[in-house]
Design a protein around this ligand. Sequence first.
Ligand code: PRP
Length: 218
Amino acid sequence: MITLALSKGRIFDETLPLLSAAGIEVLEDPAKSRKLILATSQPDLRVVIVRASDVPTYVQYGGADLGVTGKDTLIEHGSQGLYQPLDLQIAKCRVSVAVRSDFDYAKAVRQGSRLRVATKYVSIARDFFAAKGVHVDLIKLYGSMELAPLTGLADAIVDLVSTGNTLKANHLVEVEQIMQISSRLVVNQAALKLKQEPIRRLIDVFSRTVAATATATA
Ligand code: PRP
């Protein structure tokens, strides 16, 4: 049995076409079902639904043989014990700094003010501001980051931006882009040795599909 860890939402939705290219259909929709283990049309492949931030942990410790996870999550988790054969070029977005539209970010940075920054991405934020020489107090949050500048909890947030609609709806503006994000395939290193043939086959199909999609959209 091969176990693939996915998270609900964009990563699940955008992994489906890759599975489909390998002739694999997931037999249940996690948006409608409460089940956490989903069968597929390939009897020896199952999908487990986990929190996005838990995908690397499942794969690292062998709870899943492989998984799909964002570069943001991988940086925060660390990639020890994980083989990363492929950038799947899905769930693309960016990590950015955003502030209230009436907050003068450039001035605060220029004056060397100590910024209060709320984020789920503590490592990414710490490294980014350290490289700029900006002093920050980091406030760890687990969601709804956009609320932090609106309630006075923080001056700025570091969060994922895709369409920019969430920022706009909360009167925040993107002031710096930190990095581009896409999702990666991660594989448990022991599984790669023990289940080499089926895992290599999946990596090959995914790889060809990603290359074909890149050519088609070029
Ligand atoms: C992410 C992010 C923003 C939103 C940005 O949240 O935290 O809130 O997407 O997308 P947009 O630019 O297209 O509006 P997500 O829905 O992934 O859930 P999260 O709150 O658990 O991070």
